[in-house]
Design a protein around this ligand. Structure first.
Ligand SMILES: Cc1cc2nc3c(=O)[nH]c(=O)nc-3n(C[C@H](O)[C@H](O)[C@H](O)COP(=O)(O)OP(=O)(O)OC[C@H]3O[C@@H](n4cnc5c(N)ncnc54)[C@H](O)[C@@H]3O)c2cc1C
Length: 385
């Protein structure tokens, strides 16, 4: 195991997809003395390991579409770049729309995707029924489908980045919790950890759903709130066609995709309150199963082989916070609001650009700044499930 260094040019807090990607992109550009700290015994045990693995272009806002346009090709090329396969499956994402109000919004969303060069298809209700089978959608009015969307493996991406970052000289340590940040004259000076103190002038807070707590003691309110979400995986369903896409019943925030020989299904509980509970809520699971069986009758005769709950890291506008804060040297890469896995590759690269070049150059993410909340420049996103 690596020893904790006494100094570092940058300390990245959190070894999920964001921290791992940042460490890799900094180190691969020759940035020296990169240190990543993860408090758990393994990397990627936070939100990243509990994620459903979905990767998609279909978003409503220009910045989210552009982030996907940059990030998904990085996932495609991941093995070439890091030596680790990301286990990509291009099964496509199908949004099934059953409410008129959603049809109107999605029509505009698909138009914007076309303007930006994303070839999402607009589907009639009958086309949705055909593509979603054996899911049943008698009430589908329309839908959208992109064959370039799909799935990838979160743990492979985290470990691919960690191992590659280490090859470029980054030090990545587990079982080490950041417990405080020393600031004087409004500048970061040290990070206090469970294993000792590190002198540094630059910190990247990539603590996912737990990002807010490290801001408190340095007087920084970080608007990132943990929100429980959960899913289950059915027993094997040999009747599922191998081409079955990632299907989302948008009105119910209910989704399905193939997971091994079974089916993974998740559904958002809109009454869930912010909090750090990561236990599966069994009452909600019953409601979820009932709704899931209505849409996917095959589930009626199947058991559950796995279940998981984890935390989304929500911001008030469901967009991340990327970049500096009013405390000199303290950066945020957090608040991905339920779609950070797919944005991890590009966002770690952008964070490296901010630290090395002074600004993100691959994509303009200046509107995702910390100050937008105080200045009331929020960016609403509709396609968050
Ligand atoms: C049920 C569920 C389904 C999801 N499905 C999808 C999906 O299909 N597609 C998608 O793109 N996204 C999905 N997401 C969202 C995605 O998982 C997250 O946006 C993403 O993983 C966030 O990555 P992160 O690195 O910011 O956070 P995390 O993976 O949580 O990493 C943060 C790390 O920081 C560590 N940490 C915290 N505090 C400290 C400290 N003080 N010191 C040291 N380390 C610390 C934690 O242990 C953790 O490992 C889903 C999330 C959930 C919960």
């Amino acid at each position: 195991m690596s020893k904790l260094p006494k100094t570092a040019s940058v300390v990245i807090l959190g070894g999920g997809v964001m921290g791992a990607s940042t460490a890799y992109h900094l180190a691969s550009r020759g940035f020296k003395d990169v240190l990543l700290l993860e408090r758990e015994p393994f990397f990627g045990m936070g939100a990243t390991s509990r994620c459903a693995g979905g990767i998609r272009h279909q978003f409503k806002t220009e910045v989210n579409i552009r982030l996907s346009q940059a990030s998904l090709p990085m996932i495609d090329a991941f093995e070439e770049e890091t030596g680790q396969s990301a286990l990509v499956q291009k099964c496509g994402y199908l949004f099934a729309l059953t409410l008129e109000k959603d049809v109107e919004v999605f029509r505009k969303t698909v138009e914007l995707q076309h303007v930006l060069g994303v070839q999402t298809e607009w589907l009639s209700g009958d086309e949705v029924r055909q593509l979603a089978a054996p899911c049943v959608f008698p009430d589908a009015l329309a839908g959208s489908f992109n064959a370039e969307d799909g799935l990838a493996d979160p743990n492979s991406i985290v470990m691919g980045y960690i191992n590659a970052a280490r090859r470029y000289g980054a030090v990545c340590i587990t079982n080490c919790s950041a417990i405080g940040i020393d600031v004087s004259n409004n500048q970061v000076r040290k990070v206090q950890t469970s294993l000792g103190t590190i002198e540094t002038k630059t910190v990247v807070n990539a603590c996912g759903p737990w990002s807010a707590s490290l801001g408190n003691e340095i007087g920084l309110e970080i608007p990132v709130f943990p929100l429980r979400r959960q899913w289950f995986v059915s027993e094997a369903l040999p009747q599922l066609p191998p081409t079955f896409p990632f299907v989302i019943d948008f009105a119910q925030s209910l989704y399905f995709h193939r997971e091994g020989s079974g089916l993974l299904s998740g559904m958002s509980n809109h009454n869930e309150k912010f909090g750090e509970d990561q236990n599966v809520n069994s009452e909600w699971e019953l409601e979820h199963i009932e709704a899931a069986i209505q849409r996917m009758p095959l589930l009626e005769n199947s058991g559950i082989q796995a279940r998981q709950a984890g935390l989304y890291e929500m911001t008030p506008d469901a967009h991340p916070i990327i970049g500096p804060t009013p405390v000199e040297g303290f950066h945020l890469l957090s608040g991905f609001s339920g779609h950070g896995f797919m944005q991890g590759p590009i966002c770690g690269k952008l964070m490296a650009e901010i630290l090395i070049d002074g600004e993100a150059t691959t994509i303009d993410v200046s509107m995702l700044d910390y100050n937008r909340f105080a200045e009331k420049r929020l960016i609403p996103e509709y396609n968050v499930v």
